[in-house]
Design a protein around this ligand. Structure first.
Ligand SMILES: [Zn+2]
Length: 225
């Protein structure tokens, strides 16, 4: 009996997906959840940006799509996520940030996750009013060395300050302009919200108000997991 229950505990891995509009703080919450539940944080946007810096055929294609702010095709997205997931030890759960992000990605992503023995347990949606997204993103800066994100007026006093973590130079992401933000939010509400609604219909959704402190948002997620 005892051996049996230990066996079960050791084999329990939690697999989560997290969604939210730009500026909702989903990256921060994903990091906190990853720490609490020992999950690997798979941030698809970050992975695409990293591959986009590689001098390879795929790298050049991703960079070109990113530069023109086009969506990465579904089959490339699924392959790239699969590649990242295969590197995670099976004893560790995952938190998948913003995938599947189109209705067309749901079936291939879920099929791939099942094949890897990682069926999704919960989908988390952090909501944020449109204007609040815009206001938060236009104040967002990132370190060019360690890629951490900072908020102007909160973590750094002005945009000439060095990265508080590693001292590297900080800059705005080139798509964090008002036009870039509007385009990404439009994509989020038109393309990704229907995906979230599907998880709601399946009874897998945890919805949390993102217009609160980081600590309160985290507490609200934990209560519902
Ligand atoms: Zn840094």
């Amino acid at each position: 009996m005892i051996r049996n229950s230990k066996f079960k505990i050791r084999n329990f891995v939690m697999n989560l997906i997290i969604f939210g509009p730009q500026g909702s703080g989903k990256g921060t919450q994903a990091d906190l959840l990853a720490e609490k539940y020992s999950l690997a944080h798979i941030e698809t946007g970050q992975i695409f940006r990293e591959i986009g810096r590689e001098n390879s055929e795929l790298g050049r294609k991703i960079k070109q799509l990113n530069d023109s702010k086009e969506m990465i095709p579904d089959e490339i997205t699924v392959d790239i996520i699969k590649n990242s997931l295969e590197k995670v030890v099976t004893s560790k759960g995952i938190i998948l940030d913003s995938a599947p992000r189109t209705l067309g990605q749901i079936d291939p992503v879920e099929k791939m996750l099942k094949e890897l023995g990682r069926p999704i347990d919960r989908a988390i949606y952090i909501t944020l009013p449109y204007d609040e997204s815009v206001s938060r993103i236009t104040k967002r800066y990132a370190c060019t060395v360690c890629y951490r994100h900072f908020v102007l007026g909160k973590h750094i006093a002005n945009n000439e300050d060095p990265c508080p973590t590693c001292g590297g130079p900080v800059m705005q992401r080139n798509d964090d302009t008002p036009d870039g933000v509007a385009k990404r939010l439009k994509t989020f509400y038109e393309v990704t919200v229907p995906v979230i609604e599907q998880y709601r219909e399946n009874g897998m959704l945890i919805e949390v108000d993102g217009n609160q402190s980081v600590e309160k948002v985290f507490e609200d997620i934990i209560k519902q997991i």
